[in-house]
Design a protein around this ligand. Structure first.
Ligand code: PEP
Ligand code: MG
Length: 515
């Protein structure tokens, strides 16, 4: 009870040497988006991070914001610094997943991407200059600061973690999209995968070409042709996740992001896509323009994609079910039971529509295989309307997972990516105490979570209730989840030990059931 769960970060990530840090002068303070300490030479593009990383150079990737195309570079960087974005921005979520240090929303930086430099406090920093980042405090430093490595391998850590398991009532799952992240999370004691964001599986160079073809299709046939290329890749990914999980639950969330995030921006990529599709460059540019949305977070994403293009849900279901069948053949002892999660539902009929596509596809495949395999279809509760109507939604959903990133965004009515620009004034003026994207707003968003849990249980008394927004790894939010009776929390791999300890402390303070 005396350990602050967040202090485990110091064991799980490299930290600055305390003495060296004392004499260092911070040059900026922004959001502590992903813990740990990093120092390295500045690079401005993901490609430069990859090249430097492959040459064993330590680099800090500085970007206005990151996008899925930056993922490879993010893997090679010691740390990531972004000018824009909040605690649930792409950079923050992906870096936390990787366990890489990240400071986001550093608005004090005046970026000049073209000339590969930025200005901060009147000084210009160029490619190759060394900076240091503290992802646990959000501070940025000029020059190099000595670091000490992570150290969670001694027996004491394992001993405390075993106590945590003994006392907690909540299960702790992980948000993981790759076998590597899943492996790390299971090492840290995760009891399943609570969120696999499938859109994060499409950004390898060979996949992005196929998904671009899918998006820029004019006919169902064209779209199905492109989806057929993606299906075996997805199936392979899911098989690897099921193998890592060894029978623990794996909750696969169907495609969620606005489609325009996938379309090419570079001329060469547009030309390549046009050639692959037998279209003109002009045709492709028109399709890209037609995908533009003024408010993409509230646009054509989530289950809306499956309503307009049911063939996407069909392909993803097929990949999930075939993967489970194949892993169950190789490892009958796992008894893999797929969980398919439909995002951004706000209306039960919308869920029923997509679920019908899922069940028809899954049932046919299971019948064809001549086996008996159970699977579940659940939904995210991340739109206030879904929380208000959770009793109706539970008629179709076999489980709920609270997507508190979007639920926070839509309950407050401010963007999860841009709110950092004005929230500081809210803290200074004591309007809000803390970032609602990092720590659950228990009065407002929490009220929706509690209410939807009760409504869901009314319809389906044994409904499993999870949380997979970033709050699932925050100790005070975990205590709230425990109190309102959720079944599990799900968080990025490096937060799993923190969540286990926080869940145990919550159950000691407010005993739910004794083991
Ligand atoms: C959420 O909205 O809380 C969630 C987990 O989904 P995503 O962050 O992918 O929108
Ligand atoms: Mg969401």
């Amino acid at each position: 009870m005396q350990i602050d769960p967040k202090s485990l970060d110091a064991l799980l990530h490299p930290q600055f040497d305390a003495k060296a840090l004392k004499s260092a002068q911070a040059i900026a303070q922004a959001l502590a988006a992903s813990p740990g300490a990093a120092c390295g030479k500045i690079v401005f593009t993901a490609e430069d991070a990859v090249t430097a990383g492959q040459n064993k150079e330590k680099v800090v990737l500085v970007r206005l914001e990151t996008s899925p195309e930056d993922i490879e570079g993010m893997h090679y960087a010691q740390g990531i610094l972004t000018v824009r974005g909040g605690m649930t921005s792409h950079a923050a979520v992906v870096a936390r997943g990787m366990g890489t240090c990240c400071v986001s929303g550093c608005g004090a930086i005046k970026m000049d991407e073209e000339n590969k430099c930025f200005t901060l406090n009147g000084k210009t920093y160029r490619e190759g200059d060394v900076i240091s980042l503290d992802g646990s405090t959000g501070k940025v430093y000029d020059g190099a600061i000595a670091t000490v490595p992570a150290n969670a391998n001694d027996g004491e850590f394992g001993r405390i973690m075993a106590w945590a398991n003994k006392y907690k009532a909540l299960a702790v799952r992980t948000n993981a999209d790759t076998p590597k992240d899943a492996h790390q999370a299971f090492e840290f004691g995760a009891e399943g995968i609570g969120l696999c964001r499938t859109e994060h599986m499409f950004f390898e160079p060979d996949r992005i070409a196929a998904i671009r073809e899918m998006i820029c299709s004019d006919t169902v046939e064209e779209r199905e042709h492109a989806l057929a290329k993606l299906e075996p890749m997805q199936q392979g990914d899911f098989e690897k996740l099921y193998e890592e999980a060894q029978g623990a639950p794996v909750n696969i969330r169907f495609l969620d992001p606005p489609l325009h995030e996938f379309v090419p921006t570079e001329e060469a990529d547009i030309k390549a896509l046009a050639d692959a599709q037998g279209k003109t460059v002009e045709d492709i540019k028109q399709i890209i323009a037609s995908l533009h949305e003024f408010n993409p977070m509230m646009g054509h994403r989530g289950c809306r994609l499956a309503v307009t293009y049911p063939e996407i849900a069909k392909m993803q279901t097929s990949a999930v079910i075939k993967a489970a069948i194949s892993v169950n053949k190789r490892h009958p002892e796992f008894k893999t039971t797929p969980e398919i999660m439909i995002p951004l539902v706000g209306e039960v009929k919308e869920l029923a529509f997509v679920k019908k596509v899922v069940c028809e596809t899954a049932d046919a495949l299971i019948k064809e295989a001549g086996i008996n395999m159970h699977y579940e279809v659940g939904t995210m509760i991340e739109i206030p309307r879904a929380a208000l109507l959770a009793d109706e939604i539970a008629k179709e959903a076999q489980y709920f997972s609270f997507g508190t990133n979007d639920l926070t965004q839509m309950t407050f009515g401010f963007s999860r990516d841009d709110a950092g620009k004005f929230l500081d004034s809210y803290y200074e003026n004591k309007i809000y105490e803390s970032d609602p994207f990092a720590r659950l707003d228990q009065n407002g968003v929490g009220k929706l979570v509690a209410m939807a849990s009760e409504l869901g249980k009314k319809t389906r008394p044994d409904i499993a209730l999870g949380i997979c927004g970033e709050h699932g790894g925050d100790p005070s939010s975990i205590e709230f989840c425990h109190k309102v009776g959720l079944t599990y929390v799900s968080c990025s791999p490096f937060r799993v030990p923190i969540a286990r300890l926080a869940a145990a402390q919550a159950n000691i303070r407010n005993p739910r059931n004794s083991k």
